[in-house]
Design a protein around this ligand. Sequence first.
Ligand SMILES: Cc1ncc(COP(=O)(O)O)c(C=O)c1O
Length: 360
Amino acid sequence: MSEQIRFFLPGPVHVPAEVLAAMTRPSIGHRSPEFKALYATVAERLPKIFRTSRDVVVVTSSGSLSWDMALRSSLRKDVLCLTNGAFSERFMTVAKACGLDVDQVAMPWGQAIDPDLLRQALRRKKYEAVTLAHNETSTGVLSPLADLAEVVRQESDAMIFVDAVSSMAGAQVETEAWDIDFMFTGSQKALALPPGLALVSVSERFEKLAGEIPARGYYTDVLRYLDNHRKSSTVTTPAVPQVWALDVQLDRLLAEGLENRWQRHWELRRRTEAWADEAGFEYASAADAASPTVSCLKPPADLEAPALVKQLQSQDIVVGGGYGAWKPSTFRIGHMGEVQLSDLTTLFDALDEAVRSLRG
Ligand SMILES: Cc1ncc(COP(=O)(O)O)c(C=O)c1O
């Protein structure tokens, strides 16, 4: 039986009790045969979630380290950053912090990345890599990754670096079929795990180019992780409890079926759209950029988004506030991970109640 969920942040998300319980097992050494066996079984199943035949490395860090890993491990100079919200912009900030020469294709917040603008940028200049966030958590926007990746392949030999932090396991992600060079996610979003792990997969091309970069750092060096991964081992002391949790959750994910899981996330999105329509709330994101994992909504003019978030807290329901410049005008519902339609019914009853009480 699924648990009643009242926690709808767009990450971290509700974690099932069975998964949490796995984290309370007694300590084991990370160089022990027990850990090797645990790592090996996790490593065997993760590529099914990423849809790749390549390795998916388990890194003890939040998702953000992956930005540095992608950029520091493989690039020398020119990178094109596609931005449409706070997290894709942060990918660009990290590129600048790594000393790279950065060009930007900037979409307005709330819109998906436009493949035509990408094509034009690639025709103007040669880049080593293109970066983007598949799902912009700040605005609830899913960009057309398959189309964007196709444009990169048609127009250039640039690598494609994809932040799938809030799309992996909640939306279709085809790492290998879409020929993505660096694909990563974090544990605390649609995978419905506690925070603490980043999961990373790189293409053969990435691996080869990384081998030619002299100073890849240490914690950021993808090749060091791959070396260890191939021995069912980790570079540093891993967050073993999180890996236990991942082990249990992978079984649950695969039992549901990845495609069923994507489907359920779209149903959650549609249910949210139906409620918003009825209650007079508008999506802050463009209709053709709908995200199956995050809805970013604007309340009717007589209501303030932060007040609504606070009112829900008094009913023991958590949703996300707006992000950055959108903070005063929007709030976000994370309908990802283990959320079921029945949980959304509870949420929307509470939202209706909150609206009534704010209107007095
Ligand atoms: C799209 C996206 N990328 C990256 C991050 C950063 O991940 P973390 O907080 O795990 O470092 C987030 C976090 O919300 C995100 O939503």
